[in-house]
Design a protein around this ligand. Structure first.
Ligand code: UGA
Length: 316
C-alpha cells in the first residue's frame, strides 16, 4: 500500500488532502504540532474523519526541533505544515516564521534526501510574488515577496528545489493562490467574514476592498497535489490558481447571497505586507499536469458559507 506523509495534517489544506488520500486507498502518516496560532479545537475537528480511519496515524511533533528519524520511510511527502498569515509576520512574530517555514523544511528535506521518494511536494505560496511585475503572473517572473511571511515561503521553496538538484530528490513546489472553502483557517478573510456575518457583527475590510485575489477552491488545490505527486516535471514549480480573479467587495456581495445576511463593513487601512493583486498564469499547470481549476467563486463561496453555518449556526 502506498504510504504518504502529510505535514500540517490537521490544518485546512493538510486535513483535506489527508481525507482525499485515505479515500484513494493511500496510507497516511500525519504530522502536526497543533500550535496555538488558532483554535486547536478546529484542528482536532478537521481530523475527526481521518482519526477513525485504520490507515491513518498521527505524530504530534515540531519539525523544527524533534528527532526526525522518528518519521517513517514513505513513498511521497506532502509538506503542508507552515506558520501561515501574510499580515502577521512582522516584528517578534518573525521568529516563528523562520522556525516553522525555513528550519522545519530544511530538517524535513535532510530526513528524506537519501530515501527513495516518488515525490516531495512543497506547499509554496503566491506570496512569493508580492506585488508582481506582471499579471497574470507566470512562474518565471522574479519572485519579490512583499511580506516577511512570503520571504520564508520562498526560502522553503528554494531549499526544496536545491535539495532536489543536489541529491536527485524528485521535488515539486505548488504556489497556492489564496485557497478557500470548507475548513478555511479562521484568520483568513472569508472565514472571518462568515463568522462575523452569522453573529450579526461588522466585518473589517482593508483598504477600499478593491484589492483582488486569484481565489482557489480547496478541492482544486488538493487535485493539484495529487497530480504533482504523479506527474510533476523535475524541479517543477507550479502556480495553483487561475480560477477567478475577484475583488474583496465582490466576494462579500456573493457571501451576502449565500448567507442571506447583509454585511456591515468597517474599513481599515491596508495593512503592511498585503499585496493589491494576485493573478496566476496557470498555463504550466494545464500543460504539465493536465489540470485547470474547476470551481468558480460563486459555487466555492456557497460551499464555504454552508460549512460556516454548520460551525457557527445560522442567523434567521
Ligand atoms: C492567503 C493565506 O492566508 C496565505 O497563507 C497564503 O500563503 C496566501 O493566501 C497566498 O495565496 O499565498 P491572503 O491572500 O492574505 O493570504 O488571504 P485572505 O486572508 O483570504 O485575504 C484576502 C484579502 O482579503 C486580502 O487582500 C486582505 O486584505 C483582505 N482581508 C482579509 C480583509 O479585507 N479583511 C479581513 O478581515 C481579512
Amino acid at each position: 500500500m502506498t504510504h504518504a506523509l502529510v505535514t500540517g495534517s490537521a490544518g485546512f489544506i493538510g486535513s483535506t488532502l489527508t481525507d482525499r488520500l485515505l479515500a484513494d486507498g493511500v496510507r497516511v502518516t500525519g504530522v502536526d504540532l497543533f500550535t496555538d496560532y488558532y483554535d486547536q479545537a478546529l484542528k482536532r475537528r478537521n481530523l475527526e474523519g481521518a482519526a477513525k480511519h485504520a490507515n491513518f496515524s498521527l505524530l504530534e511533533l515540531d519539525l523544527g526541533e524533534a528527532d526526525l528519524s522518528r518519521l517513517p520511510d514513505v513513498d511521497v511527502v506532502f509538506h503542508q505544515a507552515a506558520q501561515p498569515g501574510v499580515r502577521a509576520s512582522w516584528g517578534r512574530e518573525f521568529a516563528a516564521y523562520t522556525h516553522h517555514n525555513v528550519l522545519a523544511t530544511q530538517r524535513l528535506l535532510e530526513r528524506y534526501k537519501q530515501t527513495k521518494l516518488e515525490r516531495f511536494v512543497y506547499a509554496s505560496s503566491s506570496s512569493v510574488y508580492g506585488d508582481a511585475e506582471s499579471y497574470p503572473t507566470s512562474e518565471t517572473v522574479l519572485p519579490r515577496p512583499f511580506s516577511p511571511y512570503g520571504v520564508t515561503k520562498l526560502a522553503g521553496e528554494h531549499l526544496t528545489l536545491l535539495y532536489g538538484r543536489n541529491f536527485g530528490l524528485p521535488v515539486a513546489a505548488l504556489r497556492y493562490f489564496t485557497v478557500y472553502g470548507p475548513r478555511q483557517r479562521p484568520d483568513m478573510a472569508f472565514h472571518r467574514f462568515c463568522r462575523a456575518m452569522l453573529a450579526g457583527e461588522p466585518i473589517t475590510v482593508y483598504g477600499d476592498g478593491r484589492q483582488s485575489r486569484d481565489f482557489t477552491f480547496v478541492a482544486d488545490a488538493i487535485e493539484a497535489n495529487v497530480r504533482a505527486w504523479k506527474g510533476a516535471k523535475p524541479q517543477g514549480v507550479y502556480n495553483i490558481g487561475g480560477g477567478s480573479q475577484v475583488e474583496v467587495m465582490e466576494a462579500i456581495a456573493l457571501l451576502e447571497k449565500s448567507l442571506e445576511v447583509k454585511a456591515r463593513v468597517n474599513f481599515e487601512p491596508r495593512p503592511a505586507g498585503d499585496p493589491l493583486r494576485t493573478r496566476a498564469d496557470a498555463s504550466r499547470l494545464a500543460q504539465d499536469l493536465g489540470y485547470r481549476t474547476t470551481v468558480g467563486i460563486a459555487d466555492g463561496l456557497a460551499a464555504e458559507a454552508e460549512w460556516a453555518r454548520s460551525l457557527y449556526g445560522r442567523v434567521r
